[in-house]
Each structure stands twice: as C-alpha cells, then as structure tokens.
Design a protein around this ligand. Structure first.
Ligand code: NAP
Length: 336
C-alpha cells in the first residue's frame, strides 16, 4: 500500500490566507484503472492565481472545494501505468499538484523531455510561466523594435522572463519594478534590466518618470492599482498594456482603488488588453522551441525559490503572495 500526503483546503481566508486554512492529510493511493497512470510528484507549482480559487467566487477556474485537495501544475515520474501511451519511468506534467502521488487519466498528462531541460523548468520558463511572458509580449501587447518596456513583479517568475524576452524582441530600454533593494539589484545584475524601480519606496510614478523620461511603449501589468496608474501616466502614443495580473488586490477585503487617469489612455490611443495564458497554449511548441535553447546556452537566466516537502506547500503559496520568492516559487516533493 502506498500512502500519499495531500494538502486540503479546510476554510476560506478573509484577506491574507493563513496556515489554518490548510490541512495535511495522508491517504491511500488507489490502484490505477485501465488508461490511468500513477505519478510520484517531484515538483509542484504555487501560483498567485491560487489565491482567487480559495474564495467561493466565480472566476475563470472553479473555486477549490472545501475538504478536498487543492490542485495545480506539477511534475512527476510515472511509477505505475495501465496504458502503453505513457510507460513507467516517463516524466510528465499534469494538474494534480498539492499531493505526493497523483492517479490520473494518461490523456491528462503531458510527457516532458528532460533531455531538453530539467523537469522543474516545465513549471517555470518552459511552462505556463514562460508562456505567459511570451504571449503577453508577442500577442497581447507586442513589443516592437526600439520600444521602452516596463514590467511589474519583475523579479518574479513571469516578470524575470518577460524582461529578458522584451530585449530579444527589440526593446531599446527595459525597466522593472520590484519590492525592496535586494530584488531591484537582482533586476539589474541577474535579469538584465536597464533600470529598476523599488515600489516599496513609494512615489512610483516619479521613479518611473526618472527611469523612462520619454515614457513607455509597452507595460506588462502583474500588479494593478498603483502600478497600472503609473504606467498609464507614462504611456506614449499607441502604447500597449497587457493586463496579466493584479496581485496588489488579491488579498484585498474591499475593492482596490483603480487608476483614475484612464482618459490618458484614450488620449494616447493606447490599448489595454487582458490575457489568459490558457488561450495561448497553441504557442507552446514555438515557445519551448526557442526558450529551451536559450536556457541551454545560458542566455535566458532563471532563478527559483524552493520550498522542501509537501508540508511546506501552504507556506510557499503564502510566500509568493508576499514576495518571498525571486524567480519561480516551487515546492520540491522528494523522498520522505
Ligand atoms: P511571481 O511574480 O513569481 O510572484 C508574485 C510577486 O508579486 C511576488 O514575488 C511579489 O514580488 C509581487 N507582489 C506581491 N504583492 C505585491 C504588491 N502589492 N505590489 C507589487 N508587487 C507585489 O508570480 P507569477 O506566477 O510570475 O505571476 C505574476 C503575475 O502574473 C500575477 O499577478 C499572476 O496572477 C499573473 N499571471 C497571470 C497569468 C494569466 O494567464 N493571466 C498567468 C500567470 C501569471 P515583490 O517582492 O517584488 O513585491
């Protein structure tokens, strides 16, 4: 008998989630049925959007159910299989994270090529994280030669890829914002940004104006609120803003103040466009084809913040919401 520990949601948070919203439970792993595989998860992702799923509110994904294991992207090794399509020993990505073992229909898993990149890269730069940056900057708010590009949450998973990608797409200047001096330094030293803004110092609009005296052409918005306001204030004629996330409001208990300068976007004929990475999965082969090469030759720099073991997964999620991560926040699910 194999025992798997899983993290369940036992109560819904008001404001910032806390450890008591979660429970770690041991369960017996069932035998796979015809067409199913058993995966020993080795890595799982914690992502800001999971905060929204902790609320009982309609969104683009259903809320997490109370009393049930959470889910989300994970990578693991197939340890039992009832289909020839995905043999034992394969490394797969799938959506049953938050547990040590997953039993699922093989059709819901994707075999990943670990010769191309380490398995966990498929949760970061080669997964939906990297694809979000790629789709945002090529489709939603395309970067053109010579553009000035501003990226928020720039030391995080999506942002750190987006800054480097903007440069490859021809940006003349790439500016990132992050919280605190260590992260803003990392933007300049590690991730190749030309300028960094520390939003915790306040005066965001003034800092952005200093970093981009002529304004910006493209903004990848991961934060909303004050960041979106500052970006609209700096947008140049024909500018493009990709609305990717609004993390400054994810724990809010009252509606977060929005930008009060949106007419400026009209006057500058700017485009503000929302995006969901799930609508851009057709770009996956193209993106992996490019990014795997850049990872291998070292020209795409990625970082990870790693929590160890399933018991740390709730803390890792709370951490990503608070900015405890540089690069991609991951949980390693190893041997016990
Ligand atoms: P991440 O950037 O690795 O982690 C989140 C970061 O947000 C934290 O590290 C923190 O960095 C920053 N943050 C937290 N509170 C903040 C605040 N009040 N103001 C400014 N920054 C704050 O996470 P990610 O997975 O790459 O996601 C980034 C954003 O993209 C999120 O908004 C997420 O929801 C969104 N997203 C959207 C899609 C889509 O399909 N639309 C897909 C993936 C991600 P600091 O320490 O710098 O504050």
């Amino acid at each position: 008998m194999t025992v798997s520990r899983e993290v369940r949601l036992v109560s819904r948070p008001v404001g910032e989630p806390a450890a008591e919203n979660f429970e770690l439970v041991a369960t017996e792993v069932p035998e796979p049925r015809e067409g199913e595989i058993v995966v020993r998860n080795t890595w799982m992702s914690v992502d800001p959007y999971m905060r929204g799923r902790m609320d009982d509110a309609p969104s683009y994904l259903p809320p997490f159910a109370l009393g049930a294991a959470l889910d989300g992207s994970a990578i693991g090794e197939v340890v039992a299989s009832r289909t020839e399509a995905v043999p034992v020993g394969s490394t797969v990505s799938h959506f049953l994270g938050w547990r040590e073992y997953a039993v699922l229909d093989a059709a819901a898993a994707t075999v990943v090529d670990t010769a191309l990149a380490p398995a966990e890269a498929y949760l970061g730069a080669l997964g939906t994280t990297g694809l979000t940056a790629y789709a945002a900057l090529t489709r939603t708010a395309p970067v053109r030669e010579g553009d000035v590009v501003f990226v928020s949450a720039a030391a995080g998973a999506v942002g750190s890829v987006a800054g480097q990608l903007a440069r490859r797409l021809g940006a003349s200047r790439v500016i990132g914002s992050a919280g605190g001096p260590a992260k803003t330094r990392r933007l300049l030293d590690g991730f190749g940004f030309d300028a960094a803004v520390d939003y915790r110092r306040g005066r965001l609009a003034e800092q952005l104006a200093e970093a981009a005296p002529e304004g910006i052409d493209v903004y990848l918005d991961a934060v909303g609120g004050d960041h979106l306001q500052a970006a609209v204030g700096a947008i140049r004629p024909g500018g493009r803003i990709a609305l990717v996330g609004a993390i400054s409001g994810y724990n809010a208990t009252a509606p977060a103040p929005g930008p009060d300068n949106l007419f400026r976007a009209a006057a500058k004929e700017a485009t503000l466009r929302g995006m969901l990475v799930t609508s851009h999965f057709d770009l996956f082969p193209e993106w992996i084809g490019k990014a795997a090469g850049w990872l291998a030759d070292g020209s795409l720099h990625t970082e990870q913040t790693v929590a160890e073991g399933i018991a740390q997964a709730p803390d890792a999620l709370l951490g990503v919401l608070r900015g405890a991560n540089t690069g991609k926040m991951l949980v390693r699910l190893g041997d016990r």
